[in-house]
Design a protein around this ligand. Structure first.
Ligand SMILES: NC(=O)c1ccc[n+]([C@@H]2O[C@H](COP(=O)([O-])OP(=O)(O)OC[C@H]3O[C@@H](n4cnc5c(N)ncnc54)[C@H](OP(=O)(O)O)[C@@H]3O)[C@@H](O)[C@H]2O)c1
Length: 290
């Protein structure tokens, strides 16, 4: 089982959830069902992942009661705007097969037309007030985005989901989230495979992480997930493999010491994403009706 974190509105969220970005729809049902059967109680999806239907199906097939699963999903930027975001909730809820979503977040800021991002967030505030969602938040927001949002809206986001792993530790953004009462949630928490200075490297094969892992008889993925949890973050590792899904939750029977936490913090190389300036664009993704 997993530890829980308390969001800024008192709602509890399991610290570790299953991510399903790039999990093909055909594999999503099994991945989600497996995760819930082995103890996960949190799934992170997004309208733009085009697998919300299969996430809902996996939850139903698992036999775990709906109220025991924390469902997080994201509004895509082609649905930004006040009314559009209310409709985006309807579409996601219908695909997931639920009446209420636990955490609904904006997938990213839309810097070119930030007003639309603000309107979308006001839509989330309406959904929160109506009880359609239990918590609201953002993803890929830099400190400047957060300040603009906080100036123009009322509800402090519960979560800011950002890329965060040992090669991109996001110290500034973590501090910016914390000072505003926003929980940091790590995407790509075990690093995936990224390009750094032209090299393809992954913290999964980092020698420092491996040395620590060997000390505890754990894998590098487990050490990284333990590092997130001990530093108070949520993490949403993705896998389609049963043994890895199990492994990624099995991080509650050991503890890293302060020196080991600092060693992992020190592996930072640099960002692959500058959240305050980058306009991600829509990648041509349009969200269909349920
Ligand atoms: N908000 C955003 O913009 C955003 C962006 C990206 C991701 N996310 C969220 O964050 C989640 C995780 O991010 P991610 O998928 O990019 O990266 P990740 O979880 O850090 O890494 C996933 C990769 O690692 C492999 N893997 C998983 N467990 C492993 C283990 N124990 N040992 C070795 N390899 C392992 C997976 O392969 P297999 O599946 O083959 O096991 C996959 O290739 C996504 O699924 C999504 O929910 C959000």
């Amino acid at each position: 089982m997993t530890d829980s974190l308390t969001l800024n509105n008192g709602v509890l969220m399991p610290a570790i959830g299953l991510g399903v970005y790039q999990t093909p729809p055909a594999e999503t049902v099994t991945a989600v069902q497996t995760a819930l059967e082995v103890g996960y109680r949190h799934v992170d999806t997004a309208a733009a992942y085009l697998n919300e239907r299969e996430v809902g199906e996996g939850i139903r097939r698992s036999g775990v009661a709906r109220e025991d699963v924390f469902i997080e999903t994201k509004v895509w930027i082609t649905d930004y705007g006040y009314d559009q975001t209310l409709h985006a909730f309807e579409k996601s809820a219908k695909k997931l097969g639920v009446d209420q979503i636990d955490l609904l977040i904006l997938h990213q800021a839309y810097p070119a037309i930030f007003d639309k991002t603000i309107e979308a967030y006001k839509g989330l505030e309406r959904l929160l007030a109506d009880g359609a969602v239990r918590a609201i938040g953002v993803s890929n927001f830099g400190p400047n985005h957060l300040d603009r949002l906080l100036n123009e809206t009322s509800v402090v986001p519960a979560v800011n989901q950002i890329e965060l792993h040992p090669y991109n530790t996001r110290a500034e953004e973590r501090a910016a989230n914390a000072v505003r009462g926003i929980l940091t949630q790590a995407w790509s928490p075990i690093g995936g495979v990224r390009h750094y200075n032209g090299d393809e490297k992954s913290p999964l094969t980092d020698p420092t992480v491996q040395t620590i892992a060997d000390r505890y008889g754990k894998s590098t993925a487990q050490v990284m997930l333990r590092w997130h949890v001990q530093e108070g973050r949520s993490a949403i590792p993705k896998s389609v493999h049963r043994e890895r899904i199990i492994e990624n939750l099995d991080v509650f029977d050991f503890a890293l010491n302060d020196d080991e936490l600092r060693q992992i913090d020190g592996l930072h190389i640099g960002g692959t994403v500058d959240t305050d300036t980058l306009d991600f664009g829509s990648f041509g993704i349009e969200i269909d009706e349920a």
